[in-house]
Design a protein around this ligand. Sequence first.
Ligand SMILES: C[S@@+](CC[C@H](N)C(=O)[O-])C[C@H]1O[C@@H](n2cnc3c(N)ncnc32)[C@H](O)[C@@H]1O
Length: 321
Amino acid sequence: MSTSTTPTGSRTLTAPAAPQAPTAASDTPGPAVLSALPAPGTGDVEVPRYAPQWLQLREPADAAARAHELLDPLRIRLANRSGRATDVVVHDLGCGTGSMGRWLAPLLDGAQHWILHDRDPYLLHFATVGAPRAAADGSRVTVTTQRGDIGRLTPDALTGASLVTASALLDVLTADEIDTLAAAIVGAGCPALLTLSVVGRVELTPEHPMDKEIGDAFNAHQRRGELLGPDALSAASEAFGRLGASVRVHPSPWRLGAEQAELTEEWLRGWVGAAVEHRPELADRADTYLRDRLAACAAGELRAVIHHSDVLVLPRPTGEA
Ligand SMILES: C[S@@+](CC[C@H](N)C(=O)[O-])C[C@H]1O[C@@H](n2cnc3c(N)ncnc32)[C@H](O)[C@@H]1O
């Protein structure tokens, strides 16, 4: 199947046939889940599979939202790293179709090698085809992929890393997975830029009496099982803090208006759908609510702020006293 062009140029992405049947309630708002995918190394355990169409639809809003304020301290840390004569090696965890690399690689100077991690080989294909090619100063950017489960990352997996990145990942992890991730990053002694974690707050204008009820049900859906959902950022900050790393958090909200109507519509469907999945008794009222909200969106009268935060983690470099 084919998709639209990527921000890296006019390349058209073509991927092998994927299972169909989009739209199911999901970890992130939107038509994220294509179907279940057996988790690597877990036998028959199935995990959600993210639709590349959803990841591509959100990519411009993600790029506009990520906190540039965290980039200067990151650049300083990278400029002072040991072995700085060699390529910057970036591990992007839960890369999906590679949106983080397309955003960040052209904002950093110097030759870079990105290692894109995901458990979904279908998304890794998209990430490879749409990989960034050049750094801010024109230096080359190369990419390889690695399929695997981030929840099982060992510090060895990040040996030689100059930087770890992730985007829209923390809130789909469990506390154990976040602890594992924090231990691996701090063990490797490299900085980490972990962007776009939902924080459980949504503002819709004009307001509607059901906004809070839907928002609360959605947040509860995100916390189902052992998933952290909107608690992920504070759990991650605490986990890194316990390991002696310094942590800087900066807001990175999506600000959606008439120009982002397609994204807002898909986000609304996923947001309300997940709320109803968690509280089926809301179904009738939520149906009317969704119809009203979609009509306002189509008329260009709805604005949405979906709050996220980014975090920059600066562990002590390995070997430093
Ligand atoms: C919400 S998507 C975000 C994708 C991408 N970072 C972006 O911003 O467009 C989450 C991604 O993390 C991957 N993922 C989630 N949990 C994972 C795990 N435990 N191991 C490996 N990949 C995982 C999913 O396959 C998916 O591609």
